[in-house]
Design a protein around this ligand. Structure first.
Ligand SMILES: C[S@@+](CC[C@H](N)C(=O)[O-])C[C@H]1O[C@@H](n2cnc3c(N)ncnc32)[C@H](O)[C@@H]1O
Length: 270
């Protein structure tokens, strides 16, 4: 993996996987922004912006009078995000390590974060920095997992299930916490945020639909990486591919995605 430190890598296949994942989850993200009253002219911070798919949508939401600042660890994703946002003066993307670097000193009305905190070995220092930099009234909208192990293919996805367990173990081994959102509400409350709403978000797919393709692609792409690192077997990889091919034709088979939670909170105290 020629990763610039993002566990899942930044190669074209992973970028395309992120695009598919983003397209699938965009309606849910938009519903979250409505619930958080995101409005034109607002200033948004996008934590762990990846290749910029969401930052671009956020920039359209806030319009030219607003501002979106995306922060991202991977230099190649920063470059991709900048190319995507070319021509939109309200969008800026910077290379920054959320684990160690100070946050930009400027006011934000809303902070958006999806599938990022799960990769950080420690979230507390970032939450401390966020609490210190946000003014009362600033909103936080987070989409992170609470039950990653709900991932699976049913009723005949035994090898896919073993892939899921290997993937989870690899995230933990790299210092992340797949179910980080189980801890966020209490960590935020302790730092002067009011938790406004907690919403479970999950997806079910079948017969090669968008959800099925998203989860299949994850098994195929990350499976190769796990095999390369000796954390999953070639034999099981072939079994998983066969299970997925069968499920594509079987109206009784279905996929369940890892369960996310939307955590919406407001900074209320200094
Ligand atoms: C699964 S992707 C999600 C990207 C984007 N948030 C989205 O919803 O499409 C995770 C992203 O988090 C970024 N990331 C991981 N650790 C980071 C860190 N310490 N600082 C900044 N970004 C980080 C990765 O480089 C990657 O782009």
């Amino acid at each position: 993996m020629t990763s610039d430190t993002y566990l899942l890598g930044t190669e074209p296949l992973e970028l395309e996987r992120l695009r598919l994942q983003h397209e699938l989850w965009l309606p849910e993200a938009r519903r979250a922004w409505r619930r958080a009253d995101l409005a034109p002219g607002e200033r948004v911070l996008d934590l762990g912006a990846g290749p910029g798919f969401v930052a671009l949508e956020l920039a359209r939401e806030v319009g030219p009078a607003g501002r979106v600042l995306g922060l991202e660890l991977s230099a190649s994703y920063v470059e991709a995000a900048r190319a995507l946002g070319r021509g939109l003066s309200q969008l800026e993307v910077r290379c920054l390590d959320l684990s160690n670097d100070p946050l930009p000193v400027e006011p934000f009305d809303l902070v958006w974060c999806r599938w990022v905190l799960m990769f950080l070995p420690e979230v507390e220092p970032l939450l401390d920095r966020l609490a210190a930099s946000l003014s009362p009234g600033a909103r936080l909208v987070i989409h992170e997992y609470i039950h990653w192990s709900s991932f699976g293919l049913h009723p005949h996805g035994e090898a896919v299930g073993r892939f899921g367990a290997a993937a989870m173990a690899s995230f933990q081994r790299a210092g992340g916490d797949t179910d980080v959102n189980r801890r966020l509400p209490s960590l935020l409350t302790a730092r002067g945020f009011r938790v406004d709403e907690l919403l479970p978000l999950t997806m079910v797919g079948r017969l090669g639909d968008g959800v099925a393709r998203w989860l299949e692609r994850f098994v195929t792409i990350y499976g190769r990486e796990l095999i390369r690192c000796g954390q999953w077997s070639e034999d099981d990889g072939r079994r998983a591919e066969a299970e997925m091919a069968t499920a594509r034709q079987d109206p009784g088979s279905f996929w369940v995605g890892p369960t996310l939670m939307e955590t919406r909170a407001t900074r209320w105290a200094t």
